[in-house]
Design a protein around this ligand. Structure first.
Ligand SMILES: [Zn+2]
Length: 224
């Protein structure tokens, strides 16, 4: 491996990969970006939104954080990068859909059950956004973690609906919400279906969204 592998990769991109997409990038610069999708995903390195959705440059407006959490629209007006991205995507870019994508083996969800160093004060505070998804067990097994990951996605959809511009878009049928749980080892997304209150494997699901609107997405007790 070369001493500065990253520099080599940058050069390789510009020389080899970029020319294949140069026209598309030119277009995106001249006409601006018009992504149809806001993708809110966990920061986990194993979640690769472009691969998962078969998309390329200009198609996804991406925001990622630990756990794929959505901060509350609570008037605190802090430095909420994710909230700012949601507002920009809906009000300026006029996206048609918002995906919230959690995943299997999520360290952020696991951290809801402990193991976060006290020094990680920001992380500890951030995890509050997933707390309500946690189940009352001290040592979660794989099934509990899976359920917590899915419940967390629903919590975020709930919070998204508290953003006035999101709610208005959904109620006007201009915006759809998509709650996804990606199972890394299967290469399969499970889509939350609001009608059945279940996550359904994409191979069997009738649609990629949470389903019929304008009804509000409710987190049903016991769902997921
Ligand atoms: Zn994660």
């Amino acid at each position: 491996m070369p001493e500065d592998d990253l520099l080599q990769r940058l050069r390789r991109f510009q020389e080899d990969a970029f020319p294949l997409h140069a026209d598309r990038f030119r277009e995106l610069v001249d006409d601006g970006q018009h992504p149809a999708t806001l993708f809110i995903g966990c920061s986990d390195s194993r979640l690769v939104p472009y691969m998962l959705t078969g998309t390329g440059p200009g198609e996804l407006f991406l925001v990622r954080n630990v756990g794929a959490f959505v901060p509350p629209y609570d008037g605190s007006w802090g430095y909420h990068g994710t909230s700012a991205a949601i507002e920009f995507a809906v009000l300026n870019l006029h996206v048609h859909r918002i995906i919230v994508c959690g995943h299997s083996h999520c360290g952020g969800i696991r951290a809801l059950y402990g193991g976060v160093p006290a020094q990680a004060r920001n992380l500890n505070a951030w995890l509050a956004l997933g707390r309500d998804a946690a189940l009352p067990v001290a040592e979660p097994g794989p099934e509990v973690l899976r359920r917590t990951e899915q419940r967390a996605v629903l919590l975020q959809l709930e919070r998204l609906m508290d953003y006035p511009m999101v709610r208005q878009g959904v109620e006007a049928n201009q915006l759809t919400l998509h709650g996804w749980h990606y199972v890394i080892e299967d290469g399969q997304v499970h889509v939350f279906d609001v009608a059945s209150g279940q996550f359904v494997a994409a191979s069997e699901a009738g649609h990629a969204g949470t389903g019929p609107y304008p009804t509000h997405v409710e987190v049903k007790p016991g769902a997921a």
